[in-house]
Design a protein around this ligand. Structure first.
Ligand SMILES: CCCCCCC[C@@H](O)CC(=O)SCCNC(=O)CCNC(=O)[C@H](O)C(C)(C)COP(=O)(O)OP(=O)(O)OC[C@H]1O[C@@H](n2cnc3c(N)ncnc32)[C@H](O)[C@@H]1OP(=O)(O)O
Length: 309
């Protein structure tokens, strides 16, 4: 039997070129996504959040949450992440990190064009780490709406090189960022939200059908006692907390988002997001209350200075 990672060929992987893909979304997709990340879950009349799912007070369009952008990094890829030169077991794949830059607030419906490239490949010995960059353009205007950097952690797929140097095209942000440094002082704000036992089953309808989140047998093979929550769903809960507590409910204040998934979440667990404000940057970490474990940490850059807080 071949050793793990021994058939992996970094040069072949990095020479892979993705076709451009077209994608359209409607208000229904944006509203379904908002429900999938818990919007209005505590209170269906929540004035801060109703706008994500319903045209309030004669408002013409619903508001699209900034983390909706993260869905584009999956839409732009084929269902199975497969490249010539890459050997891995898809059941052992975990989402490692997500970085999103937003250039404009999203319209409530749009036709998009996605351009995808491989931004980096790292050999971590026990795992391979792959960074995939997606730029999403509005088809009508040609404007760049957002950029995603998705990091996938491929357990068992490392050990293909002798060097610890990353294989990558560019060092432009935030190539394999380290976990953010959490301030020692008390958080400015803490927001608690319960995920529902059915949270992953609802969230998957936004387009991530990975059976790790729905199939008990696949979850067991992957090393979990039951299906786990999508990393991007947890990120959605955390950024929603930042918008609520720091941005006074205004999603258009969000300029960029980074998050590193530190531990899995089981649907039904309570997420407590702790936030610290440093100028225009919000540092956050999300804890699963029942297990008292940090599952996600990162930062959110805001457009407006927040010194008035
Ligand atoms: C079409 C296909 C696209 C698919 C996209 C996504 C599909 C989704 O459906 C999948 C999901 O949503 S999975 C759910 C969300 N993710 C998770 O739950 C993972 C949580 N994190 C973990 O379990 C561990 O941190 C774990 C396991 C990630 C790492 O833990 P360890 O193995 O203990 O790692 P450690 O020894 O601490 O570090 C080894 C090296 O790896 C780097 N690293 C650690 N955590 C990382 C992370 N989260 N992201 C990226 N890199 C990470 C470390 O820096 C270290 O590198 P170095 O040795 O160079 O310092």
């Amino acid at each position: 039997m071949a050793e793990a990672g021994s058939e992996t060929d970094p040069q072949l992987i990095l020479s892979h070129r993705f076709p451009e893909t077209a994608f359209a979304y409607t208000e229904r997709d944006a509203a379904l996504y908002a429900l999938g990340i818990g919007a209005c879950g505590r209170d269906p009349l929540d004035a801060d959040e109703l706008k994500y799912v319903y045209h309030e007070n004669g408002q013409q369009f619903i508001k699209v949450l900034p983390t909706f952008a993260a869905l584009f990094s999956l839409q732009a890829l084929p269902e199975k992440l497969h490249f010539p030169g890459l050997q891995y077991d898809p059941r052992l794949l975990l989402h490692g990190q997500q970085y999103i830059e937003l250039y404009k607030p999203f319209p409530s419906s749009a036709h998009l064009q996605h351009k995808v490239s491989l931004a980096g490949l790292h050999d971590k010995g026990k795992a391979a780490v792959l960074e995939v960059e997606t730029k999403s353009f509005d088809q009508a205007s040609g404007e760049l709406l957002c950029m995603n950097r998705m990091t996938v952690y491929l357990r068992g797929a490392g050990g293909f090189s002798k060097s610890s140097q990353p294989f990558s095209y560019s060092n432009y942000p935030p190539n394999q960022v380290q976990a953010v440094k959490i301030p020692k002082d008390r958080p400015f704000s803490v927001f608690e939200d319960c995920t529902q036992p059915s949270q992953a089953l609802l969230y998957r309808l936004s387009g991530d059908y990975n059976p790790l989140h729905s199939d008990p047998m696949i979850a067991k093979v992957a090393g979990f006692s039951r299906p786990i929550l999508h990393g991007l769903c947890t990120l959605g809960f955390a950024v929603r907390a930042v918008i609520k507590c720091i941005c006074k409910g205004d999603p258009d204040m969000v300029k960029s988002i980074s998050g590193r998934f530190l531990l899995h979440v089981y649907p039904g667990e309570t997420l407590a997001t702790e936030m610290w404000v440093e100028g225009s940057r919000v540092i956050y970490q999300t804890r699963v209350k029942e297990r008292n474990r940090i599952v996600l940490s990162g930062s959110v850059e805001l457009h407006r200075w927040t010194s008035s807080l």
